[in-house]
Structures are given as structure tokens and as C-alpha cells.
Design a protein around this ligand. Structure first.
Ligand code: UD1
Length: 337
């Protein structure tokens, strides 16, 4: 059985990927420092998968420990999620972001060639495109200035992964550029666990529906879009997790030094108001909201071209926005304030 090391495997996308890897016959091994995740996720994963999940509480930047985990567990692939991910926080604490997301990645690649790793999947983001000129966004679109230090760490991360892979004797890598991951596992055993007040739309929306906040503020209704609110490509986290399994399958057939970047989205754009009204339709709950000013640094509109994901990875999103919002709500109802 092939072993996949999942850094940040107790996080939102990481935990869902652990499930999909295990269900596809891989043996996932988690390392997580639990700085932005909870131990209860490991128990939930074990319940969901009905098996023991191997995990190590450690920082991915501790390369000595990481080296021994890779040797002990005979790891041959890494899916690398461990990173800071808050856009707003990255503006206030840029050096923490460059240190964890960029320097840590450099140090990781410094020793990958001396261990058994062959396949590397990097957790990237559509934020690398900045404001796109053309929609849907294709992978060959230029990287325009990112709107935050977080976005710049993803741009730099991709460059590091590509350059290091191109000179590696054994490695093959892919960067997956996620659009907006939302939803939760349909079992409601795992989902998103924002620490503090969420900045992202869907967790704030479900918390508002649960009465945790007085109202949701729609950040701008004067964008050049059909209803004036901003447009994103919201992808169910379970579909996104499945794309990582496909990415490993894809890399296995490639030669050393191979590198590519692939969008992971649904190919459909939905406005903020669409999301609110869809949530209201699927749950029957009215969400108090009001229109506020635009949020600084926000893009107007972005959604993925999924041609490469379809053709190259043999992957496409199977779940709808309705499914994602229904699952997000089911998960929200398991949470306490
Ligand atoms: C941001 C990051 C993205 C990152 C993602 C994490 C950028 C440009 N985007 O995406 O890289 O992967 O977070 O999920 O760096 N909104 C409201 N009211 C709210 C919250 C959000 O109207 O209370 C609106 C936003 O203005 C935006 C949309 O909802 O138009 C989605 O926002 P959000 O969920 O925060 O994601 P992004 O900003 O698109």
C-alpha cells in the first residue's frame, strides 16, 4: 500500500483529503502542529474511516523529525497543505507568512532528494492570478501582482516547487490552484473549523444562520456583475480533496523533473447574493444580511477553466453549490459557539 504524507492533514482541506486518500486505497500519514486545527479532527477521521489514522504532532519545518517520519513510514508522496492561510493576517504579519509558507518550503525541498519522495502535490490558490483579464481563468494566464502577502507566498511557493523539481533526480510535482473551497464532509464528522470570527463567506454565512452573528455584510453590490456582488468559483471540499488523489495518480505516470499547475474549480461563477439565496433555498432559513462597502483587495470576478483538470487529471467537480451549502449547514449544526 502506498503511503502519502499529508502535512497539515488535520486542517480543512487536509482532513478531507485524508479521507479520500484512504478510500482510494492509500495509507495517509498526517503531520500537523495543530496551530490552526484541533485534535478532535483525528478522532473524527478515525470514526469516519473506521480505522486508525497515523499522525504525528510536529511542525513540517522540523526537518530532522520529518526525515525520520518519512523513513519510518516509508512515504513516497507528499501532499503539502501546512501553511498559514489568512489573507488579512498576512497583511499584518507578513514575515510569519514568508517564514512558514516560503522559507519552510525551501528547507523541505533541500532534503527531499535525499529521501524516498517521488511525488509532491502543492496546495496553491487562484490568488496567484491576481485580478484575471479573461474568464474563465486558464493556467497559462500570467501571474499578476497578488493582493496580499499570503497570495505572494503562494506565487513564490509555486516557483520554488517548480525550480526545485526541475533539477531533482526523482521528483515529480504539481501545484493545484484551488478556487474557493466550501462545504463539509456529508457525514458532518469533519468540516471547516475557523478560529475566531471567520473572514470567508460561507463559514460566516452558516454562523449567521445559526444566530452567532447579527447579520452578514455583503462586501459591495456595485461591481460590474449581473447583481452587483462579486463572483467566485465555489468548490465542494470533497471534490477538491478527490483532485489530490487524481494528482498523485497523474504524477505516478510522469518522469522525474516533471512539473505542472492545474486549476481546481467547478468552472462556474456564483455571486455573493447567489450564495446567500441558494443557502436560503436549500435550508429554508432566512439569513439577515445588509449591503456594505467593498472589501479592500477583493477581486471582482474569478472562476476556473477546468479543461486541464478534466483532460489531464480526469477529474471534474461532481457536487453542486446546493450540495456544498447543505453540507456546510449540516456541519455548522454540530458546532457550538
Ligand atoms: C480568499 C483568498 C483566497 C483564499 C480564500 C480562502 C484572495 C484574493 N483570496 O478568497 O486566495 O484561498 O480566501 O478560502 O487572496 N464576502 C462577503 N461578506 C463576508 C465574507 C465574504 O460579502 O462576510 C464576499 C467577499 O467580498 C468575496 C466573496 O464573499 O467577494 C468570497 O470571499 P471569501 O470567502 O473571503 O474568499 P475570497 O476572498 O474569494
Amino acid at each position: 500500500m502506498q503511503t502519502v504524507l499529508v502535512t497539515g492533514g488535520a486542517g480543512f482541506i487536509g482532513s478531507h483529503t485524508v479521507v479520500e486518500l484512504a478510500e482510494a486505497g492509500y495509507r495517509p500519514v498526517i503531520i500537523d502542529n495543530f496551530s490552526n486545527s484541533k485534535y478532535s479532527v483525528i478522532e473524527a477521521l478515525q470514526k469516519l474511516l473506521r480505522q486508525t489514522v497515523t499522525y504525528y504532532e510536529q511542525d513540517y519545518q522540523d526537518t530532522d523529525k520529518l526525515r525520520s517520519v518519512i523513513a519510518k513510514e516509508q512515504v513516497d508522496s507528499i501532499v503539502h497543505f501546512a501553511a498559514f492561510k489568512s489573507v488579512g493576517e498576512s497583511v499584518k504579519k507578513p514575515l510569519q507568512y514568508y517564514s512558514n509558507n516560503v522559507s519552510g518550503l525551501v528547507e523541505l525541498f533541500r532534503f527531499l532528494d535525499s529521501v524516498s519522495i517521488k511525488n509532491f502535490v502543492f496546495s496553491s490558490s487562484c490568488t496567484v492570478y491576481g485580478e484575471p483579464d479573461k474568464l474563465p481563468v486558464i493556467e497559462s494566464s500570467p501571474m499578476k501582482p497578488a493582493t496580499s502577502p499570503y497570495g505572494r507566498t503562494k506565487q513564490m511557493g509555486e516557483i520554488i516547487v517548480e525550480d526545485a523539481t526541475r533539477v531533482s533526480p526523482a521528483l515529480r510535482s504539481v501545484s493545484l490552484r484551488y478556487f474557493n473551497p466550501i462545504g463539509a464532509h456529508p457525514s458532518a464528522l469533519i468540516g471547516e473549523l475557523p478560529i475566531g470570527t471567520p473572514n470567508n463567506l460561507v463559514p460566516f454565512l452558516t454562523q449567521t444562520a445559526a444566530g452567532w452573528h447579527k447579520e452578514l455584510i455583503v462586501h459591495g453590490d456595485d461591481y460590474p456583475t449581473p447583481d452587483g456582488s462579486a463572483i467566485r468559483d465555489y468548490i465542494h471540499v470533497v471534490d477538491l480533496a478527490k483532485a489530490h488523489v487524481k494528482a498523485i495518480e497523474y504524477l505516478k505516470n510522469k518522469k522525474a523533473r516533471f512539473y505542472n499547475e492545474i486549476n481546481v474549480g467547478t468552472g462556474e461563477g456564483h455571486s455573493v447574493l447567489d450564495v446567500i439565496h441558494t443557502f436560503e433555498n436549500v435550508t429554508g432559513i432566512q439569513v439577515p444580511y445588509k449591503i456594505g462597502p467593498r472589501r479592500e483587495g477583493d477581486l471582482v470576478s474569478t472562476y476556473a477553466s477546468t479543461n486541464n483538470a478534466n483532460a489531464i487529471l480526469d477529474w471534474r467537480a461532481e457536487k453542486t453549490l446546493d450540495d456544498a451549502l447543505e453540507d456546510a449547514w449540516r456541519w455548522q449544526q454540530t458546532l457550538h459557539q
